[in-house]
Design a protein around this ligand. Structure first.
Ligand SMILES: Nc1ncnc2c1ncn2[C@@H]1O[C@H](COP(=O)(O)OP(=O)(O)OP(=O)(O)O)[C@@H](O)[C@H]1O
Length: 352
């Protein structure tokens, strides 16, 4: 079957049936922010309700995404038994910032490295992650180019966004199918050829619950999970099941989950991690940080020894704030002396 042969099936069959036939298509839709489309319709019909600008970000439109999707299905079908190809590096070659000025950057990232992406709100942090995710070839608004192992990725590799090369944890998670958490994890485990499905599902579930503030059960519907719970589930799923050598994380700190533990889990196994963040604790945990300004990469700074030493102090401050946050969550009243006590503790933490 070629990608052309998938075409008829895709234009004639409701999305929910396609998702049952090809479970990895769930990832494809989520990666293209199409997780929320009406799955009772065929893909062309469902796309009529989608804002064309959203697809433009991926260099696609209502028609080309159907070919793109077919090629993805073909790529998955033809080599889904293979392990993901080894990745020795990702190179980001600068394009242009929002004012059209040249970005003078060529940054190569290797397995085991964690890179944070910092910059003001709206400066273009998520855009950089999207460029990496779609392996931009000067065909996105930034005109950046992404090389894999020092070379231009072939078309098949570019389309294969369904969990082989790049795993993306975005700020919002959309689930298209009304599955329970257990069914969702089982479906992923099977589609990723995991050997002991039951064991992995159990571990994933426990891990997700340890990250999430409010616990959920394996029988909870994924569509009923809160934003933080669904991110916790996807982090556990990515950490324990995904073989993707590259993990992209968009602002994990907003998810209300244990973010330090999440990064620790995701960083295992020599992966390349790029995460956009406003959180000093996460930014300084990285090996380098990319500073974005006005849509362009303004600087790439290695984390200094001094910054690493400060990380311990920042962590103490963070723990104090976490304590306050938890008190608020539990409905406790923050009394008059609390802020003074907090400042006191803060002061002493710097002397310790
Ligand atoms: N170099 C660029 N050229 C043109 N448009 C750009 C460029 N970089 C970013 N943009 C656009 O600017 C907008 C804001 O970017 P983005 O969402 O990536 O910001 P952000 O830093 O992630 O913001 P936040 O911190 O609020 O999540 C997006 O529409 C993005 O496509």
């Amino acid at each position: 079957m070629s990608s052309y042969d998938f075409y008829e099936e895709i234009v004639e069959t409701p999305v929910c049936v396609i998702l049952e036939r090809y479970p990895l298509a769930v990832d494809y839709l989520a990666n293209h922010r199409l997780g929320g489309i009406d799955s009772s319709k065929t893909l062309p019909a469902a796309l009529l309700d989608v804002d064309p600008e959203m697809l433009e970000e991926f260099g696609l439109d209502n028609e080309s995404i159907i070919d793109h999707f077919c090629t993805f299905l073909e790529a998955f079908r033809s080599d889904h038994d293979d392990r993901p190809d080894a990745i020795s590096s990702i190179t980001i070659i600068g394009g242009r910032n929002k004012s059209g000025e040249q970005e003078n950057v060529e940054l190569t990232v290797r397995p085991g490295e964690i890179i944070s992406i910092v910059g003001p709100t709206g400066s273009g942090k998520s855009r950089l992650l999207e460029d990496i995710e779609c392996m931009a070839q000067k065909d996105t608004p930034t005109l950046r180019q992404i090389l894999i192992n020092g070379t231009v990725p072939d078309e098949m590799r570019r389309f294969d966004t369904g969990g082989k090369l790049v795993a993306q944890l975005s700020q919002t998670m959309n689930f298209v199918m009304d599955l329970t958490v257990r069914e969702f994890l089982e479906m992923h485990a099977k589609s990723r050829m995991v050997s002991d499905v039951e064991d992995v599902v159990e571990r994933c579930f426990e891990c997700a619950n340890s990250l999430a503030g409010e616990k959920f059960s394996p029988e909870t519907k994924v569509t009923q999970l809160s934003g933080g719970q669904s991110r916790a589930l996807m982090i556990a799923d990515t950490a324990l099941m995904s073989a993707s050598p590259v993990i992209l994380i968009d602002e994990i700190e907003n998810a209300g989950i244990d973010r330090k533990e999440a990064i620790r889990l995701l960083a295992g196994n020599e992966k390349i991690i790029l995460m956009s963040t406003h959180d000093p604790l996460l930014a300084l945990r990285a090996d380098k940080r990319i500073v974005i300004k006005n849509g362009g990469i303004a600087k790439v700074l290695p984390t200094t020894e001094n910054e690493r030493r400060n990380l311990e102090k920042i962590e103490k401050v963070d723990n104090i704030l976490l304590g306050l946050r938890n008190s608020l969550r539990k409905g406790e009243v923050i009394g008059d002396g609390v802020v003074e006590e907090f400042m006191d503790e803060w002061f002493w933490s710097f002397l310790r």
